[in-house]
Design a protein around this ligand. Structure first.
Ligand SMILES: Nc1nc2c(c(=O)[nH]1)N[C@H]1C(S)=C(S)[C@@H](COP(=O)(O)OP(=O)(O)OC[C@H]3O[C@@H](n4cnc5c(=O)[nH]c(N)nc54)[C@H](O)[C@@H]3O)O[C@H]1N2
Ligand SMILES: Nc1nc2c(c(=O)[nH]1)N[C@H]1C(S)=C(S)[C@@H](COP(=O)(O)OP(=O)(O)OC[C@H]3O[C@@H](n4cnc5c(=O)[nH]c(N)nc54)[C@H](O)[C@@H]3O)O[C@H]1N2
Ligand code: SF4
Ligand SMILES: [Mo]
Length: 875
């Protein structure tokens, strides 16, 4: 297979929705490039998109339907699912079953799931992981605009003069949006303000970073609006024509909104606050991008409206470069909203009003329409736990990891009489509870559409054949629907059939009442669907000053800052959770990539050095993070980027990869009253040091270790080229981990006095495993040993842990494209006197491909400059 023709498709990760050119180069290998013709990314890709090729292998894939631990034919598995759902509904009614789906389904899959549950089963118990992600933005949009419309486009990224990023680590989570912002700043000198309690890499190059107290965003935004009012920036003409203002709104805005009070509530310096307000005042073309720091809060919807209020009141909406912009997390978060995949929406941007229910029922010829909203994610799993839901089908999401209070979710799933999981991966933490596992088509095989943050519909196209017995999600659901007796309503032969129906529904009896209307594709032909170019279903929202409410006006919403509770006794810290640059959620796919694995090898709890000292914690220690909900172990990393009293942990690690790092066990199952979105970003917590007596690492060749983890206090696993790397720590006896070493010839070096053991296992004249363990000393760098997995010969210096004579330690990987480590970069900055990111790129290549590490390079340069200054000062 030499001349592979690239397929134009879309990245399966974040909501930026980058176009990808994917060319099949072998049986299960694909060459990846950014699509220069895709308007979202114009050829760029971030680190995750760039490494997509490393994730399309079949390692760990679910390839056959499974009933329990037994392989089953499709017919048997589908019959069983249909029968158990039918029996449960017959005995306990339609609300005794549920679907829990995902923003990672294609629109076509999503449409079928929603139609089956809401029109045929007759319950609205279908909710999605978007509940955990976007639902406060949805609720805020509906309150302000009357419909869930994202009010900006990526064109605005080119046109804004000021970017305000609120609760968004854009450089890591929406990297190509961040790169576009940086490009506009370079081209036109636009300004950047970041509002985040943490100093993330997004803040690295910002004009201003406001490290506000978590949960104080309403005070900040109301204060801003008050400032605008006093500065005469409220757009009276726009308000008169286009916005309805509730009684008492301006009095509400004035309360506690003087600079000093706001600064105190937000815990930032008044001068810094004023700088932000002045920047805002000076730049009518302001784009405010927000994400989980706003949505994932117990007052998330109010926080969304506080931002939208400012834009509406100053008329900064519907104009080039001026809008509030909810940037979406998952690749098809927006498609899910369009089909109505949330329990609280019906379909095609319609709700549960009686006439709408009747309308959708007519369109679907539905026998049994759900006529009221169903259970939202947190309530849904509570109902599973209480036995009210007796059969649940989980698709393309991993709730045993990602739900708040995941320990209770696990208990609920364990007790549920019938659990079906559709996934691409055989063994996930959620799949462990499944009675039936169904093998879904993965990225590279699936075929359909997704909608990105700016309402742009793009195609995902296959370039690989379906492996084993994997099938598309829509096909699996349609087969179950047929078996439940609804063959004609689910008689789809291809995704285009579903897409056309979805487009017809969006236009059905619409008459301009709903902006989501893709009538132009109601009769799209199969070839046109196959060749569909990325397109936006609404070009410039609200440009005419009209909003999809009965009176055509948007609404300001009165929102007041909630009292921010003092830390609870016994729980002195606040736990914040979020993402790493190079991992995607529960790592089922990014975890397969050796390049991505090296950016952060273990789950860290980041803590301010002041708090660390008080708790007796040092970098590299293991700490127990406990909350009222549960506890989990993390590796400690001290960081000035954390505010005092606040700690941060990543969401990615699961039982498959580590014994600790289980962030999902920790947050409370408390939700925003309007949206039902959990408040993942602040949980009362405490930390304590966990004593360890030995530390070790283990490197295994091949896939030997993917099934499990060595039995010790701390074990984490990452994929490396040629095998796996485990980091281990424990107390007492350390021989137990030897059981994890494969058979073969052993060479050993033991120093009982220092408690050091080094073992290499050789099999078939190649290195099969190494274990390095110490009770008192240091462990060598892992890099050289990892490289030995692929070496043609066994090196004589194996147990020294390095090549003869050379001490090589490049440090933690910063640039995953070119494998450049921190120590290499720091040394080059000092030795070659590199002064900017471009110079590092010239010297080492780092940062010259996908660009995701450029903020990290800027940080290293700043640190170097800072230490040079300190040396000068000392001289
Ligand atoms: N690399 C990577 N990228 C991803 C994903 C991934 O898993 N990995 N997932 C995708 C998905 S589904 C999503 S939803 C997005 C999420 O994208 P983001 O929302 O950017 O990511 P998070 O890390 O969850 O949180 C964002 C920031 O909110 C801050 N924050 C916490 N509390 C507050 C607060 O009270 N106020 C303010 N102003 N800020 C606060 C946190 O400190 C954090 O830095 O990322 C998408 N992109
Ligand atoms: N503490 C804390 N928890 C959080 C968050 C947080 O910030 N803090 N963020 C929340 C947010 S915003 C989100 S979006 C969620 C994400 O959490 P999840 O949705 O649980 O995470 P993923 O790992 O993306 O799960 C997707 C699953 O679908 C599988 N899959 C991939 N493609 C397909 C496909 O085409 N078909 C099928 N059937 N399966 C497929 C994958 O293998 C994987 O098992 O986590 C939420 N949980
Ligand atoms: S920014 Fe990165 S993860 Fe997001 S769509 Fe683009 S390439 Fe994929
Ligand atoms: Mo998300």
């Amino acid at each position: 297979m030499t001349e592979a023709v690239p397929v134009r498709t879309t990245c399966p990760y974040c909501g930026v929705g980058c176009g990808v050119l994917a060319a099949r180069t072998g049986d299960r290998t694909v060459a990846i490039a950014g699509d220069p013709d895709h308007p979202a990314n114009r050829g760029r890709l971030c680190s995750k998109g760039t490494q997509l090729g490393e994730t399309v292998g079949l390692s760990g894939r679910l390839l056959h339907p499974m009933i329990g631990e037994k392989r089953a034919g499709w017919d048997k598995a589908l019959d069983l699912v249909a029968r158990r759902f039918q029996e449960t509904i017959a005995r306990h009614g339609p609300d005794s079953v549920a679907f829990y789906v995902s923003g990672q389904l294609l629109t076509e899959d999503y449409y079928v799931a929603n139609k089956l549950m809401k029109g045929f089963i007759g319950s609205a118990n279908i909710d999605t992981n978007s509940r955990l992600c976007m639902s406060s933005a949805v609720a805020g949009h509906v309150r302000a605009f009357g419909e869930d419309i994202v009010s900006a486009s990526y064109d605005d990224l080119d046109e804004a003069d000021l970017f305000v990023l609120v609760g968004s680590n854009t450089a890591w989570c929406h990297p190509i949006v961040y790169q576009r912002i940086q490009a506009t700043r370079a081209a036109r000198g636009a300004r950047l303000v970041v509002i985040d309690p943490r100093r993330t890499e997004t803040c690295e190059d910002a004009d201003l970073h406001l490290p506000i107290r978590p949960g104080s965003d309403v005070a900040l935004m109301n204060g801003l609006l008050f400032h605008c009012l006093r500065a005469g920036l409220v757009d009276e003409a726009f308000l008169d024509a286009s916005v309805s203002v509730p009684q008492g709104f301006w009095d509400m805005i004035g309360q506690g909104s003087d600079l000093w009070s706001v600064a105190k509530t937000c815990d930032v310096a008044p001068e810094q606050l004023l700088r932000f307000y002045d920047l805002f005042a000076a730049n009518p073309r302001t784009l405010t991008l927000f994400s989980q720091g706003i949505n994932q809060a117990l007052r998330g919807t109010d926080q969304v409206n506080a931002i939208v209020n400012v834009h509406l009141a100053t008329g900064r909406i519907g104009k080039p470069g001026a809008a509030p912009f909810s940037i979406t997390g998952q690749p098809n978060a927006m498609g899910g909203r369009e089909v109505g995949g949330l329990a609280s929406t019906l379909a095609a941007h319609m709700d549960f009003a009686p006439d709408t229910v009747a309308r959708v029922g007519r369109f679907w010829s539905a026998p049994r329409m759900a006529n009221r909203p169903g259970l939202k994610a947190v309530d849904m799993f509570r109902a599973v736990g209480e036995g009210r839901i007796k059969a649940i089908w989980i698709m393309a999401t991993n709730p045993a990891v990602s739900m708040p209070d995941a320990g209770r979710v696990r208990e609920a799933l364990a007790a549920c009489p019938f659990v079906v999981v559709s996934d691409v991966v055989a063994d996930t933490d959620s799949a462990r509870f499944a009675h039936v596992r169904l093998p879904a088509a993965a990225w590279g095989e699936k075929d359909g559409t997704v909608t990105n943050s700016e309402r742009r519909i793009s195609r995902q196209r296959p370039m690989l054949p379906l492996p084993g017995e994997a099938r598309p999600d829509w096909w699996i659901m349609a087969e179950v629907a047929r078996r439940m007796g609804w063959a004609s309503a689910f008689n789809y032969e291809r995704p285009a059939d579903i897409y056309r129906e979805h487009a017809r529904l969006s236009a059905y009896e619409n008459r301009g009442t709903r902006l989501f209307d893709i009538a132009r594709h109601a009769a799209i032909g199969n070839p046109a669907y196959a060749g569909m170019e990325p397109w936006r279903w609404l070009e410039r929202p609200f440009a005419d000053g009209r909003f999809p409410t009965p009176d055509g006006k948007a609404r300001l919403v009165s929102v007041v800052q909630a009292v921010i509770a003092e830390p609870l006794r016994g729980w002195p810290l606040t736990l914040n959770t979020g993402r790493y640059r190079d991992q995607w959620h529960t790592m089922t796919r990014t975890g397969l990539s050796p390049k991505l694995a090296r950016h952060r090898e273990e789950p860290l709890v980041e803590i301010n050095p002041y708090d660390a000292e008080r708790l007796g914690l040092d970098d590299g220690d293991i700490a127990r993070v406990a909350t009222p909900q549960g506890e989990s172990l993390f590796r400690v990393a001290t960081s000035e980027a954390q505010r005092r009293g606040e700690v941060f942990a990543p969401i990615h690690w699961t039982d498959r990869q580590s014994t600790g790092g289980r962030a999902g066990l920790l947050p409370r199952p408390l939700t925003d009253p309007h949206s039902g979105q959990p408040g993942f970003k602040s949980t009362p917590a405490r930390l304590e040091k966990v004593a360890i007596e030995w530390r070790a690492f283990l490197i295994l060749r091949g896939e030997a270790g993917i099934g499990g983890l060595p039995d010790c206090l701390w074990a984490t696993r990452i994929t490396v080229t040629g095998g796996s790397l485990y980091e281990l720590a424990g107390i007492g006896e350390d021989k137990t981990i030897d059981a994890f070493l494969p058979a073969g010839d052993r060479i050993e070096a033991v120093d009982p006095a220092r408690g050091t053991r080094r073992i290499a296992v050789i099999r078939d004249d190649r290195l099969a495993a190494v274990l390095f363990l110490t009770r008192t000393g240091e462990l060598p760098s892992r890099d050289w040993l990892i490289a030995q997995l692929e070496a043609p010969q066994v090196a004589p210096t194996l147990l020294a842990g390095r090549a003869p004579g050379v001490a090589l330690d490049r440090g933690a990987i910063v640039c995953s494209c070119f494998d450049v480590g921190m120590k290499t970069i720091v040394a080059a900055i000092a030795e070659r006197q590199l002064v900017d990111v471009a110079a590092i790129g010239q010297a080492l290549g780092a940062g010259t491909n996908c660009g995701s590490c450029r903020p990290a390079l800027a940080r290293l340069l700043a640190d170097a400059a800072c230490s040079r200054e300190k040396i000068h000062a000392a001289e």
